[in-house]
Design a protein around this ligand. Sequence first.
Ligand code: ADP
Ligand code: MG
Length: 696
Amino acid sequence: MAKVTDIYGSMVFNDVTMQERLPSTTYKTLAKTIEEGKPLDEECANDVAHAMKEWAIEHGATHYTHWFQPLSGITSEKHDSFLDPTGDGRAIMKFSGKELIQGEPDASSFPSGGLRATFEARGYTAWDPTSYAFIKDEVLCIPTAFCSYTGEALDKKTPLLRSMSAIEEQAKRVLALFGEPERHVVTTVGSEQEYFLISEKDYEQRQDLALTGRTLFGAPPCKGQELEEHYFGAIRPSVNEFMKELDDELWALGVPAKTKHNEVAPAQHELAPVFTNANRAIDENLLTMEKMRLLASHYGLVCLQHEKPFEGINGSGKHNNWSISAGKTNLLDPGDTPMDNLRFLVFLTGVIQAVDDYQELLRMSVASAGNDHRLGANEAPPAIISIFLGDELGEIVDALVDGHEYTNADKVAMDLGVAVLPNFLKDNTDRNRTSPFAFTGNKFEFRMPGSAVNLSDANMILNTAMAKSLKEFADEMEGKQGAEFEAAAIAYIKRTLTDHQRIIFNGNGYSDEWPIEAERRGLANHRTTADALPCYIDQKSIDLFEEFGVLNEAEVRSRYEVKLEKYNKLLNIEIRVMKRMARRTYLPAINEYLGELASTVNAVKAAVPGADTTQQEEVLNKLLTGVSKANEALKALDALHKEIAALDDEQEKANRYAHEGIPAMEALRTEIDLLEKITDRDHWPVPTYNDILFYV
Ligand code: ADP
Ligand code: MG
């Protein structure tokens, strides 16, 4: 058996492979391009393309694709073969620099939120050399950005890359003030991917799962997750086999899949990779999601990546662990010397300010129809953004704000005037799982993103907001040095922390009191996607993105429109599926049982005059009442659906789906779920929660 270390990265055109395969001058030019984000000249591109093609063919590839992230979906690809007929009946394998650098997919069917008029339908893809090319299923995949011919970004990667440049530029200014040598600054991301595995057999029988990714009906199982026996429990053999193959495939693709375990909910699991720079980390996460979906089928399983496939038990999240590093230094690491600590406090303050100022944008970045069901329910943070710092750091911040002396747990007084921080902060194991944005020792963990989301948006916003904080600091400190700089920096930290203290919350985010307290503090609480999206196009947001060249106004508006449309389309589909299932699957089955039961009662009465048929008649009455209530709910949903679908204004549509459509769907579900509990098992037409969750 091949050693893991040999397999690892074997399908990636990574730095080592580049060094081996490229002429040294080409390698150097490319490395510089990657480092500085400059365009590649054609000659160099030709060399790289040639080496890449040779390598890819040796590894079994026949096609190449520009792999990109459109605004709506997860990833897109169109395969072109290397094949080039020579005209004499033979063919050669060809791949030019031009083909490497730029592709022209017919992009008219990708959502663009009005950015691209249909007469100008073509967009182009451009190689992103900062994320390595790789081979997947005999296709050389070249990670690319996707733009319109007028230069607007039509994808999720481009703004992410722009935001990484923005934060790098400002972080370098701050580091220069600290007299530190110039280094490459990147944001780092480690994403924990949660998912469910259920049997293909069950999945195929559930139209709701197949068409919407979640169960639109289903009575609660007799046993939920209350015994907590699944969490970290022994992994079932079929699931274990799946995880093994997944690891192997991911390792070959250079994805550092590190931990895997069962999650809290039955049939729920998690995979976490080792973190890397945000751009690659997101590509890797998207690849991981794709591989999970594909490989599950090898084991008769289906991988559900929806944020809330089952009501009443935990949903699936994708925690976004985030930090900033300069070379090998993690800038959110408290550090050992007073100067390191001051630097840490500056960056920490920057994050606090950024998250407070742009809390609505952050919330918006994870808003989706699916995540609406997860946030605030069963072990997921509420829709309110707040920051958890932990007891110790929380006290330090309090001390800085109030100007009092800080005494640590060992009763050692700290003079925060020179920004001395206790060293053991680094071993911070203080965990508050209820916080949407928690400091975990040397990084922040954003826990709001749902399992299905592409993390580009959240990171793009986080990076840009942080760039703004750092810019403000650097602007104010410009020209200051030594003691003057230190004093000014500390004053800045105190002032900024005081202004943004409201966002810090170390208490229980799941409690009923928190939303009330949050409202008192003036924190936003957008419970639904419809409520969360409009802030994208606020002047404040547009100003932020424009200031840092991350998105122009047209790009912002297009993204808002795409999200809004996607929400409305999904809700429309969900309601259609509900109506269809109620009419054609559930009600006929219930009626059939009802008819049989009625015949039974008649038959018994005929056979045994005066027989006691109370039980049967009680069930019959319950079924009859249930069916008529379900019918009422169905009619109400149908009427409402028609009314909403006829609206022209997408925001109004979304508002009504969120505030009227969802409750009407719930009403129908409630009736059908009650009927599920009293209908004969053999008559129930689909697998139940009991079947799906406990018998994989
Ligand atoms: P938990 O389940 O306690 O939240 P895990 O160990 O499952 O923690 O996941 C932590 C994630 O954070 C991993 O993906 C890890 O690589 C990532 N991580 C660690 N350090 C950093 C960092 N500096 N920047 C970004 N992510 C990080
Ligand atoms: Mg986590």
